[in-house]
Design a protein around this ligand. Structure first.
Ligand code: PPS
Length: 293
């Protein structure tokens, strides 16, 4: 996509956003959740697609296996706030979903989530990923995604991440505010990308107990192996290769799927500056991320 068409980042109620996520604001805020909806919430690039795929398999893998081979993940699990001219909005896609439950993706900071999700006491699955890898993944995504502001060079990206000047705002505020929400809202399951990498099966077990599901051992085994990175990377319905705004020649959507790739990007000086800044921003000792496993 021509770089001239890239959207500008702007301040929206204190959060950096682009118009693609705020154009339909009133409709999004008035979105009517159903009590059995499941909201998948993440800061961008924290493992949204992975957990979406897991949830889709858990709910529909047995009853409608054809979904997996015929409907791209972004249609099975619509992105609520996405509003691209000429395309059905995420909100309308959700409204048209024929499934029960409806699986709904959002990157919104917790304070922007439509209030009906809380009023109906919906289940929410949040996935957090350590800031260093999250930053690297977001950088490569912004390089290849024509719907995002220009990534610029790595040094300036690094700086903007620390300042929260990326779409959906500050990673630090996002993970912290969602973590705080968990203290008062019991139907929020907070997961970590690193745990999913380390032991996918165990994380699926915990997820199932949160959802009140008890799949057979065989089903769980199939899901666990089906959602491994190499399988999802080659699966056209999961790897976003069907979306023309992504330029896979620059970087694929399923890029590396690892913990610790930040070591290939951060300079020693950047790492020191990052760690110092991190200590000041991440004061809650109960919220711990792992940058290596
Ligand atoms: S988005 O655009 O916000 O919805 O992106 P999101 O899906 O949250 O994040 C994409 C990163 O998740 C990695 N990914 C996985 N890692 C391990 N295993 C599996 N199955 C998997 N599926 C997606 C994907 O590769 C992106 O991370 P990076 O580090 O860029 O590879």
């Amino acid at each position: 996509m021509d770089s001239n068409t890239r959207p500008e980042l702007y301040d929206f109620q204190g959060i950096s956003m682009t118009h693609y996520f705020t154009d339909n604001w009133e409709n999004i805020q008035n979105f009517q959740a159903r009590s059995d909806d499941i909201l998948i919430a993440t800061y961008p690039k924290a493992g949204t697609t992975w957990i979406s795929y897991i949830l889709d398999l858990l709910y529909f893998g047995q009853t409608s296996p054809e979904r997996q081979t015929s409907i791209p993940i972004y249609d099975r699990v619509p992105f609520l706030e996405m509003t691209i001219p000429g395309l059905t909005s995420g909100k309308d896609l959700v409204d048209q979903l024929p499934t029960t439950p409806r699986l709904i993706k959002t990157h919104l900071p917790v304070q922007f989530v439509p209030k009906s999700f809380w009023e109906r006491n919906c289940r929410v699955v949040y996935v957090g990923r350590n800031a260093k890898d999250n930053m690297v993944s977001f950088f490569h995504f912004d390089r290849m995604n024509g719907l995002q502001p220009e990534a610029g060079d790595w040094n300036s990206y690094f700086q903007r991440f620390l300042e929260g000047k990326l779409v959906f705002g500050s990673w630090y505020d996002h993970v912290n505010n969602w973590w705080k929400k968990k203290q008062t809202y019991s139907k929020l399951h907070y997961m970590f990308y690193e745990d999913l990498i380390e032991d996918t099966g165990q994380e699926i077990d915990k997820l199932c107990s949160f959802l009140g599901m008890s799949p057979s051992a065989e089903e769980k085994k199939n899901i666990t192996s089906g959602v491994q990175f190499d399988n999802m990377k080659k699966d056209k319905m999961a790897n976003y290769s069907t979306l023309p705004v992504f330029d896979f020649k620059i970087s694929p959507f399923m890029r590396k799927g690892k913990v610790g790739d930040w070591k290939n990007h951060f300079t020693v000086t950047q790492n020191e500056a990052f760690d110092e800044d991190y200590k000041n921003k991440m004061k809650d000792p109960t919220l711990q991320f792992r940058t290596e496993i």
